[in-house]
Design a protein around this ligand. Structure first.
Ligand SMILES: Cc1ncc(COP(=O)(O)O)c(C=O)c1O
Length: 398
């Protein structure tokens, strides 16, 4: 039997379709399996190795015990939609209607998928930065869209605005912005965000912003693009509880947008998962209502972790680029005599007992070739784990 259909487009969009038509596992799955097999420290996939706040965990346990175990409402429980609206007001001064302008999703992953599937007609163009979170390529392809990218060059990993202006045209349906940025750790500045809004207005494009690391910045503050003049009415803003509350396995995300856009996305979302995570929704609502000190505290703790790992990488001989946010730091392996990060990452467990991911997993073609020696390391791990990783990396041959 020949199986045709969207799987090919999704796999090709994510760069996973081999010449023989097979789907290769993602580099994240390959590297995590390697970490398990070799007992290496896994600085590849971005998940924390410590639990989040007790109040949040206890709220989920209580919700299960209280019988909140059946389908929640299709748009999410009112308590969580209200908490998202309060969060937008508290941190960004945005007024959001919790009944019409908030949608709870199965992680940011579903919010991104449902939004792109809702908005794209075949042939529509989507502009993202490159490197990019791998889901973007897969879903754009699945929706029959065309993926255009604007490179983020080291060391600052901010876009060239002329290049951005050339890439956004009347064919652009969506400008998909990710800040703070995975995998580079860059945080978009006001000038770049303003240029994006101007371009979206000029070409009548929708802005979709993925800000799952919104609370994890170390210096430059996260500016939600929808706070800029002219942006609000054309922006779908996506976030998630996973990174902020160390609950990546719960998959509770959300989006805020004008009511017509929420309705369009809901039309697709209701046939993807319909709903998810009934007892986790009140728990994430409790998290969003934690005092400001919690949010500043996690950023401070993570900044220290970034420093420990960055210093360790530097001492081991890598060139390390600055990371202003997220869980990640990018380092260049070329000074160590490794021009090919894919090869280095496959050998790293054997050489140093550490797993990392090549930047090429987030890019394609020219960009991947130009940045072939760059590696992404995750620092969302306990300090003792990062110190041990640094010690092991120091043993790398040079
Ligand atoms: C940029 C970005 N967007 C979205 C996601 C997915 O978020 P969630 O786990 O809430 O689906 C991730 C997770 O790594 C991410 O890095």
């Amino acid at each position: 039997m020949t199986i045709s259909g969207g799987w090919r487009r999704a796999a090709a969009g994510a760069g996973l379709l081999g010449a023989d038509g097979s789907v290769r596992p993602t580099i994240f799955a390959e590297m995590s399996a390697l970490a398990v097999r070799t007992g290496a420290i896994n600085l590849g996939q971005g998940f924390p190795d410590e639990d989040g706040p007790a109040e949040v965990l206890e709220a989920a346990v209580a919700a299960i015990r209280d019988g909140e175990n059946q389908y929640p409402p299709g748009t999410g429980i009112p308590q969580l939609r209200q908490a998202v609206a309060e969060h937008q007001r508290r941190f960004y001064g945005l007024e959001v209607d919790p009944d019409r302008e908030v949608l709870i999703t199965a992680g940011a992953t579903e919010a991104i998928a449902a939004t792109l599937l809702a908005l794209l007609e075949p042939g529509d163009e989507v502009v993202t930065f490159e490197p990019y979170y791998d889901e973007y390529g897969a879903i754009i392809s699945l929706a029959g869209g065309v993926h255009r990218t604007v490179p983020l060059e080291p060391p600052g990993f901010l876009p060239d605005l002329d290049r951005l202006r050339e890439t956004v045209t009347d064919r652009t349906r969506v400008i998909l912005v990710n800040t703070p940025h995975n995998p580079t750790g860059s945080v978009l500045d006001r000038a770049t965000l303003t240029a994006i809004v101007e371009l979206a207005e000029r070409h009548d494009a929708v802005i979709v912003t993925d800000s799952v690391y919104e609370h994890l910045t170390f210096g430059p503050e996260h500016i939600p693009i929808e706070t800029l003049a002219g942006a609000r009415e054309r922006t779908v803003s996506i976030s998630s509880g996973g990174k902020t509350f160390n609950t990546t396995g719960w998959k509770v995300g959300w989006l805020t947008a004008p009511a017509e856009l929420v309705t369009a996305v809901l039309a697709v979302k209701q046939f993807l998962t319909y709903v998810n995570g009934a007892p986790f929704q009140p728990a994430i609502a409790a998290g969003l209502r934690l005092p400001d000190a919690y949010f500043t505290g996690i950023a401070q703790a993570l900044a220290h972790k970034r420093d420990v790992l960055s210093d360790g990488l530097r001492a081991a001989g890598f060139d390390v680029f600055p990371s202003d946010g997220t869980y990640f730091v990018v380092a260049d392996a070329a000074p160590l005599g490794f021009p090919d990060a894919v090869e280095l990452c496959r050998r790293l467990p054997g050489l140093a007992g550490v797993v990392a991911v090549p930047l090429g997993a987030f890019s394609r073609g020219d960009y991947a070739a130009r940045t072939a020696s760059l590696v992404r390391f995750a620092f969302c791990k306990r300090i003792d784990v990062l110190e041990e990783a640094a010690q092991r990396l120091a043993a790398l041959p040079r």
